[in-house]
Write a protein that binds this ligand. Structure first.
Ligand code: PLP
Length: 237
């Protein structure tokens, strides 16, 4: 992989601003094609492994909603940015360890990866301690892939119901990451049908390679990293 560009370089920042404009146009076109209002779809800019300067470039271009995989990394970037951008919103989108639940409650506006009862317990405790509970999405492992997080398909309906009883309207909807080697449309449709069964308004699905397909299947959040920030530098250990 080519070495990542120096983000203090204004040219690199301009590239992010240009890519964001392109993505917004493509989202608008996909909405038009699907007969949906552009305002129904929000872009989550996934800034994992990218430096704070990249986030600042996106903020300069008006982007306010960001996604991070790891709580620790999110905590190292976002609290300071919130001081200058009080309308910034942060989603935790990666699988969440129970021992990170408290910190996630402190820093996130939404956690997109609730997928098991032990995490529900940890979030309830963490929220009490933090004095706030972020909004929640339930992640469904639509491909039932053993290495992937997310609740298994056959357990999903029951888990959604108990989560609704427990967290009420804090449960906003569902999230999925389709298997890499399959046509994503079928997975997006499955998630959509599941959300309709439970009357949930938020559907987080679609990444850089397949967000237009996801919008056609009613996605309300699309999570894009590479298409905005470029290829990711190697994760820190
Ligand atoms: C990294 C990541 C993304 C963004 O992926 P790209 O292919 O870079 O757009 C979206 N969702 C989740 C859960 C991720 O971990």
């Amino acid at each position: 992989m080519a070495s990542s560009p120096d983000m203090s370089d204004p040219v690199a920042q301009n590239l992010i601003i240009e890519r964001l404009a392109t993505i917004r146009r493509r989202i608008a076109q996909a909405c038009l094609k699907a007969g949906r209002a552009e305002t129904d779809v929000s872009l989550v800019a996934v800034s994992k492994f990218h430096p704070i300067e990249s986030v600042e470039a996106a903020l300069k271009a008006g982007q306010r909603l960001f996604g991070e995989n790891r709580v620790q990394e999110a905590a190292s970037k976002f609290p300071q940015l919130r001081q200058s951008f009080p309308d910034l919103r942060l989603h935790i989108i990666g699988s969440l360890q129970t021992n990170k639940a408290f910190e996630a409650c402190e820093i996130a506006d939404m956690i997109e990866s609730l997928d098991r009862p032990s995490l529900s317990d940890a979030l309830e405790k963490g929220a009490q301690k933090a004095g706030r509970l972020p909004e929640l999405l339930i992640q469904v492992n639509t491909g039932d892939e053993p290495q992937k997080s997310g609740v298994a398909c056959e357990k999903a309906d029951a888990f959604i119901e108990t989560s609704l009883e427990r967290f009420g309207s804090k449960i906003r909807g569902l999230m999925c990451i389709p298997p890499e080697d399959q046509n994503p449309a079928a997975h997006f449709r499955l998630l959509r049908q599941m959300s309709e069964r439970h009357g949930l308004p938020v559907l987080s699905m679609g990444m850089s390679a397949d967000f237009e397909t996801a919008i056609a299947e009613n996605a309300t959040l699309v999570r894009l990293g590479t298409a905005i920030f470029g290829s990711r530098p190697a994760p820190h250990p």
